[in-house]
Design a protein around this ligand. Structure first.
Ligand SMILES: [Zn+2]
Ligand SMILES: [Zn+2]
Length: 332
């Protein structure tokens, strides 16, 4: 096999606890080979949490995973999404159609739904952020060309039937799950907690392998939101986390602490980079990340670094200096 060929992952279902199954679904993204949906027994059917991404053959992958644990799409009584990223919500429309079920999700989903309705406008906004961040025109043109082939991952934009906001309960055979709003990774992010069993469906808020991502540009301070959302789930004292990617994990508090430490480290790195001279966000990246910046990771790294800059700006520790359409940042 040529080293560049990616082995095609297959949907896989496994029982985590009686009445709770992990459905591992393939993703076409480099470095993120799969995501999880969770099925929870509920009367004659199941509550399905998250959907996997929509792409050719993706519904069959979900059905394959469900079939391995004797479940069918028609068993879904309710679909709940932890947030409106394509890997967690992209297949909502075909699942609702097949199962005849409702979708419950947080109302702050415009970060995804606006872009899905008008991908060209969303691309223009990303290019403008790149321009302001000091990305050279040639690299922006290359990115715009590549972006034409990015799959949206969303079958069809569907609005939730019911708002997943603080305190909403979802009934299952394992007991009631309570919704906790946890914005930061995305404005629409929620976690679900089952207190008697101390189970946390953590979505992408807390992952087994710590990985920070902020959906930048929709709220004033995603990093501040994320840190508050870590506090929100920390006090729950969960025993087992069922996350949006990777295996279930214990030591939830330790993972939350790991996230806090990495955020603190990166905030310091950003601040250190602009202490003696004003820099664009692009010029700050080498101080924050050890990997070289390339066309595949640049958008992620820039969104994350801009989120740190906005957070530090809110604390009065850095300020932007506009310079002919490019923003340079300096410690105050
Ligand atoms: Zn996500
Ligand atoms: Zn995800």
């Amino acid at each position: 096999m040529a080293p560049t060929t990616r082995q095609k992952e297959l949907g896989r279902g496994e029982r985590v606890l009686p009445g709770l199954w992990r459905l591992r679904l393939p993703l076409p993204w480099p470095g993120v080979p799969h995501c999880n949906a969770w099925a929870i027994a509920s009367g004659p059917g199941i509550v399905l949490v998250d959907t996997g991404m929509h792409e050719p053959g993706s519904l069959a992958q979900l059905e394959r995973a469900m079939d391995q644990v004797n479940l069918r799409l028609e068993h879904v009584r309710l679909l709940a999404c932890t947030h409106a990223h394509s890997d967690h919500w992209g297949q909502a429309a075909p699942i609702m159609e097949r199962a005849g079920c409702e979708l419950w999700m947080h109302p702050n989903h415009a970060h995804a739904t606006a872009g899905a309705d008008d991908p060209q406008a969303a691309l223009e906004r990303r290019l403008e952020v790149g321009r302001q961040s000091g990305v050279p025109p040639r690299a922006l043109a290359e990115y715009a060309e590549r972006a034409k082939n990015f799959p949206s991952g969303v079958a069809k934009v569907v609005e939730p039937d019911h708002a997943l906001v603080d305190g909403v309960q979802i009934e299952t055979d394992l007991g009631e799950w309570t919704v906790y709003e946890t914005p930061g990774h995305a404005p629409s992010h929620v976690c679900l907690y089952q207190p008697e069993r101390r189970l946390l469906i953590s979505g992408d808020h807390v992952l087994g392998r710590i990985s920070l991502f902020y959906d930048y540009g929709h709220t004033a301070d995603p990093v501040g939101e994320f840190l508050r959302s870590l506090d929100t789930v920390d006090v729950l004292d969960a025993r087992l986390a069922l996350s949006g990617h990777g295996k279930p994990f214990v030591d939830v508090h330790g993972h939350i602490e790991g996230n806090r430490a990495l955020v603190a480290e990166r905030l310091e790195a950003v601040l250190g980079a602009v202490r003696t001279e004003a820099k664009t966000a692009l010029e700050i990246l080498p101080a924050v990340y050890s990997q070289p910046v390339d066309v595949r990771n640049a958008t992620w790294f820039l969104s994350e670094t801009l989120s740190y800059l906005r957070h530090l700006q809110g604390q009065g520790r850095v300020a932007p200096e506009p310079d002919g359409g490019v923003e340079r940042w300096r410690a105050t």
